[in-house]
Design a protein around this ligand. Structure first.
Ligand code: ZN
Length: 450
């Protein structure tokens, strides 16, 4: 069904009275100065919907459970311990129910697509399921239930640390050598849920993948997105430097063909030289501002990176909170606190506009989606918001994305399309009444078992 928008963003320009026709998930025709016709979906402000480039769906079920301080210093590593306790229990059915909930929340928050960095592959204890890709199939089922655009990123996780320690405890569910990992990827390929779904790979990190394995897996996978966790924690930088003789980002720059198919998740701890080189590589920095703040990771080298033309997108990572405006706001505010300046992540003009449009393009690139802007031929990843809200009604077009990022509450999304699939209407996901009871029931079973 065609969409008529009172206001929309075409490239960098605000345009009024636009009618958009969609065919097979793509934008077929854009007509400006158009009247709405009977049967059109009428919306107020239409924007390109962002891709959420980094998610571990199951971690949504832990949100709010680790915000306490025990004796001694609470840290990233104690958070990881709770995650491993969960991993001793999680069933395929629970993984599907949790993923469906969080994908639904993402769409209601304005994300049309998600990069699922999927690393739980096996049964508790490490034995494979009868079907090697069982848990990937559960992610596909959740994507199908919600209609979200999925870029599935099966994770190669082989070692318990940079010295190639054996996996133990909860990690046993992640483990594959390269041969079995490639088998798993092949097993996923025919089962992708939608025609716009993509399959990439995710060598977990330089802690969990060896240089030889990384080379091998890249040789076997010449196309599609490649995502890797890099330089999230200071400890990780120290460990990698001790073992490989270089900091993680520097090592990657020197040892793999970094380019447009790559997404470096976090890249929090970089020298100025690493920052410049990454910015010029054409790869995307996958920033997860809420999670990075929640875990106390550190602050990304944003001012330098953006000044050098670096590409970036945002991800909700641990899924502690699903809020697109808050991700963008946290990104900018962390930079302001560090630089003791305002409007850091833009050289001139609206910060909200720069953050939103760059994250749209960077997210689409990282997910391998032909999206990120409203243009003919692009996927119809679209989101509508209502500017009648008191926090937006006084703002000009050019101020609108500043209002959305910095002033408005969550919940202004009225409609969302993932590759033309109209799944959020009047602010609610169309499958909400089915997904939430299934989640409640799954989580009750999980909690009863841990
Ligand atoms: Zn992550």
């Amino acid at each position: 069904m065609p969409i008529h928008a009172k206001t929309t963003l075409l490239g960098s320009d605000w345009v009024h009275d636009v009618r958009i026709e969609i065919d097979q998930g793509r934008i077929r025709h854009i007509q400006t100065q158009a009247n709405a016709e009977p049967g059109d979906e009428r919306v107020d402000v239409l924007l390109p919907a962002l891709g959420n480039l980094h998610s571990h769906a199951f971690q949504r079920a832990m949100a709010g459970m680790t915000e306490t301080r025990a004796a001694g210093r609470e840290s990233f590593w104690t958070w990881r311990n709770l995650m491993y306790r969960f991993l001793d229990r999680l069933t395929p059915e629970q993984i599907e129910a949790i993923a469906a909930l969080v994908f639904m929340e993402m769409q209601e928050a304005g994300y049309a697509s998600v990069g699922e960095f999927h690393y739980v592959h096996h049964q508790p204890g490490g034995a494979p399921y009868d079907q090697l890709s069982e848990l990937s199939q559960r992610i596909f089922a959740a994507a199908q239930q919600t209609g979200i655009g999925l870029t599935h990123l099966p994770v190669l996780y082989t070692y318990g640390g940079v010295k190639q320690e054996a996996l133990s405890g909860g990690q046993l569910r992640f483990g594959n050598d390269v041969a079995r990992f490639l088998e798993l990827v092949d097993d996923c390929r025919p089962a992708l849920p939608e025609t716009d779904s993509k399959l990439g790979i995710a060598p977990h990190s330089l802690r969990a993948t060896s240089p030889t394995d990384l080379t091998e897996v890249l040789r076997a996978t010449p196309e599609g997105p490649v995502h890797i966790h890099i330089a999230e924690q200071v400890q990780e930088v120290t460990d990698v430097q001790a073992m490989l003789g270089q900091r993680p980002v520097a090592w990657l720059l020197d040892n793999v063909p970094l380019g447009a198919r790559w997404c470096l998740i976090h890249a929090t701890h970089m020298t100025d030289a690493e920052t410049t080189a990454l910015a010029r590589s054409g790869a995307v920095a996958g920033l997860c501002p809420i999670t990075e703040a929640n875990l106390g990771d550190g602050i990304f080298n944003g001012a330098e990176y953006v000044a050098e033309g670096g590409r970036f997108g945002i991800g909700s990572d641990s899924n502690i909170r699903i809020s697109l405006p808050e991700e963008l706001r946290t990104l900018e505010y962390s930079q302001r606190l560090r630089e003791q300046q305002r409007a850091v992540l833009v050289s001139e003009g609206s910060v909200g506009h720069a953050l939103y449009t760059k994250a749209a393009l960077g997210g689409a690139q990282a997910l391998g989606r032909n999206a990120g802007e409203i243009a003919e031929g692009k996927l119809a990843d679209l989101v509508a918001i209502n500017r009648d809200h008191p926090t937006l009604c006084a703002l000009s077009d050019d101020q609108l994305l500043d209002g959305l990022c910095f002033a408005a509450p969550d919940g202004l999304v009225t409609d969302l399309w993932s590759a033309g699939r109209h799944r959020v209407k009047q602010g609610r996901h169309v499958a909400r009444d089915r997904i939430i009871p299934a989640y409640r029931s799954a989580i009750a079973d999980l909690l009863a078992s841990v």
